[in-house]
Design a protein. Structure first.
Length: 254
């Protein structure tokens, strides 16, 4: 079958003005009067090339509307949104939003004519805070800052350790930097691995949160150990930024 079997629907109503106001209000659309000389029909917005079925409200004196004869399901992004407007517009929620497993969610409701209809929404993955929102952006920015700091440490320790710029940063004389250059280069490489791990975790989206937490914990532990065994300034330039980024990441991923 090349297309869905349902191509049109008609909802028979007693009071067209009341029903029209109800459906326009629930779905936030404007119904269009159809050219039908025998009966009054107001169509829902529909495009010939758009997916789904078109349909209309129908007032036909020869047909008595009632519940149970036809069930129409309207497609929604989240059926809870339309459900919240049903009672306000004179309808009644018969069955609140419920899961139908892999097929999404449905709400059953009664319109102003007492006709039951359904609201259907597919099961959408709710974005985590690590994927959307200002807190997520702040957490990401803090991780990028920590990664940038460690890339800077790599440059200083691997390439500038014996140069005047490197000696000024660390406050070390030439003879000390010359003797400790291999050790500093190894330390710089480790800092580069930390930066690479953090940047990699950001490319993984929500799946990268555990990876991000692991590398940030490594940063904090290394910074705290360095502050205790080498110089206290490491606590402020490495451990503190790592701890802030770690806290923001954990809060944003909840």
């Amino acid at each position: 079958m090349e297309r869905n079997p349902v191509g049109w629907f008609e909802i028979y109503v007693r009071d067209m003005a009341r029903a029209k106001n109800f459906y326009e209000g629930v779905f936030g659309v404007r119904l269009e009067r159809l050219n039908s000389p025998q009966i009054e029909m107001w169509a829902f917005p529909a495009g010939m090339d758009a997916p789904g079925a078109g349909g209309s409200l129908v007032h036909n004196p020869g047909v008595t509307p009632g519940a149970g004869s036809t069930m129409v399901y309207f497609s929604c992004r989240d059926c809870a949104d339309e459900e919240a407007r049903v009672a306000k517009l004179g309808g009644k929620v018969h069955r609140p939003k419920m899961s139908i497993g892999e097929y999404g969610f449905v709400t059953l409701a009664l319109d102003t004519e007492g006709i039951m209809f359904g609201l259907h929404s597919i099961r959408l993955r709710t974005p985590t805070r690590t994927e959307a929102g200002p807190l997520a952006a702040l957490a990401t920015a803090s991780v990028l800052l920590v990664a940038a700091l460690h890339l800077g440490f790599l440059v200083l320790e691997m390439f500038l350790w014996k140069k005047p710029a490197g000696r000024r940063v660390f406050g070390l004389p030439p003879d000390v930097t010359a003797a400790s250059a291999p050790l500093a280069a190894n330390q710089g490489l480790y800092n580069g691995f930390l930066a690479a791990g953090l940047l990699w975790s950001l490319t993984l989206g929500a799946a990268g949160v555990p990876v991000r937490v692991f590398f940030l914990v490594c940063v904090v532990v290394a910074g705290a150990f360095g502050a205790a065994t080498a110089t206290r300034s490491i606590l402020w330039v490495q451990a503190l930024p790592g701890a802030v980024a770690l806290a923001l990441t954990l809060v944003a991923s909840r």
